[in-house]
Design a protein around this ligand. Structure first.
Ligand SMILES: Cc1ncc(COP(=O)(O)O)c(C=O)c1O
Length: 430
């Protein structure tokens, strides 16, 4: 078959193939993408889209960045895998780099995984080790059976991380959960009330991405640090969506000037190559001991060499600063759009949620795609934006134009009445 014929077949048959062959854990796939470059994606029909989702905060350098491509190719041609019975230079170099960028310091340690959920599984086990009688890093002998997490926060889909995820509808089909996790409102008073010397850890997301890009209240992280420290509980921060420069700091906790006991990272540190990591600070670094955890692929030289190159390019090109500056610019541009649908904008840096006045985020996303723009509905009334950290004026101008058109398409299709919520989500049309 020629390349052209293959392309035509792919373009016409893929929805049928996907419907028949892929597990139905996700909804219908929205497009068949065959190529990417920078902030552009192309589908099987050759149509170009502006990508302002970045694989949900993953492709930090955009698509097919030469640094990423070169790192993968070079490492694949050098050494792609050895068992964790052995170390490799990229693995050691990335561990040192993550310790430097997080400020974990000499006492810090890094556990490598392959995804965000796996990094959080490791963090869950870290909390259990801390909570085990006699095993507590603070020297306490009494067990700490309780783990605290926040309502509506998301930490992953594996059984352990689902147990940490404060979304009852996600847990319901898979009960019973791993026990011991309690969910709190994201308020300092709720934390004070729940905290005790029997708590092993508090898990938090600095900005709840899956909940609709909802930042923690001002001052919460600093208070959480003080309260957890007072009771000898670990503060574990999930930076899987917020890390790698996305919010305009290397890691979101750094905006608050605190030192956590552990953080988890994934997504953006690999720029598109699957990798996750748990980074421990201080005494929490001594909790794991031989035989307590492991992963065949975790810390694989291909993944670590690529992540090292991605982080190096983020630093060299000043992309953390770019995320801060472009985030402010993008937010101002969105807020100045005269759309009756927009209520406001949440988030920080290049992780933004556009809050809508009506539950039409799905329709806005569909309309955006028809206009050639990829964004995502974090929930019914929030459109999530997480573009490459490389974006500049050109991408922002194009985004504003396409997003405004998508909003108009949906607003025009709705019979909007200021006093009424629309009862149906219209089919968006171009
Ligand atoms: C905050 C947070 N934690 C954990 C995860 C799970 O990561 P993964 O999908 O790589 O398992 C995600 C993914 O969206 C996330 O946003």
């Amino acid at each position: 078959m020629s390349g052209v014929q293959e392309q035509t077949t792919a373009a016409t048959m893929w929805q049928e193939d996907a419907g028949r062959d892929l597990v139905r854990n996700a909804g219908d796939r929205m497009a068949l993408f065959v190529r990417g470059e920078g902030s552009s994606l192309w589908d099987a029909d050759g149509r170009r889209y502006l990508d302002f989702l970045g694989g949900i905060a993953v492709t930090s350098l955009g698509h097919a960045h030469p640094v990423f491509v070169d790192a993968v190719a070079r490492q694949a041609a050098t050494l792609s895998h050895v068992s964790n019975f052995f170390a490799t230079p990229p693995q050691l170099a990335l561990a040192a780099e993550l310790k430097r960028l997080t400020g974990a310091g000499d006492a810090g340690r890094v556990y490598f995984a392959n995804s965000g959920a796996e990094a959080n599984e490791a963090a869950f086990k870290l909390a259990r080790l801390h909570g085990a009688a006699g095993g507590a890093a603070d020297g306490a002998r009494a067990p700490r059976p309780r783990i605290l997490a926040l309502k509506d926060a998301f930490h992953g889909r594996t059984m352990g991380t689902l147990a940490l995820t404060g979304k009852p509808y996600m847990q319901a089909p898979f009960l019973p959960m791993v026990p011991g996790v309690e969910f709190l409102d994201s308020a300092v008073e709720a934390l004070e009330a729940a905290m005790g010397d029997d708590v092993a850890a508090l898990f938090v997301e600095p900005i709840k991405g899956e909940a609709g890009v909802v930042p923690l209240p001002e001052g919460y992280l600093a208070a959480a640090r003080e309260i957890t420290a007072r009771h000898g509980a670990l503060l574990i921060i999930d930076e899987i969506q917020t890390g790698a420069g996305r919010t305009g700091a290397w890691f979101a906790f750094q905006h608050e000037g605190i030192v956590p006991d552990a953080i988890t990272v994934a997504k953006g540190i690999g720029g598109g190559f699957p990798i996750g990591a748990l980074i421990t600070f201080g005494a929490a670094s001594d909790l794991f001991y031989p035989g307590t955890h492991g992963s065949t692929f975790g810390g694989n030289p291909l993944a670590t060499a690529t992540s090292l190159a991605v982080l190096g390019e983020i630093e060299r090109a000043g992309l953390v600063e770019n995320a801060a500056v472009r985030g402010v610019q993008l937010r101002a541009a969105i807020e100045s759009l005269a759309s009756p649908l927009i209520e406001g904008c949440r988030g920080r840096g290049l992780l933004l949620g556009v809050a809508l006045r009506h539950p039409v985020a799905g329709a806005v996303v569909a309309a955006a795609q028809q206009h050639g723009l990829i964004v995502n509905a974090a929930n019914d009334s929030t459109v999530r934006i997480a573009p490459a950290l490389t974006i500049g004026d050109v991408e922002i101008d194009e985004f504003v134009d396409l997003f405004a058109r998508a909003l108009s398409t949906v607003a025009d299709a709705l019979v909007l009445d200021d006093t009424e919520t629309p009862t149906s989500t219209p089919e968006a049309s171009a």
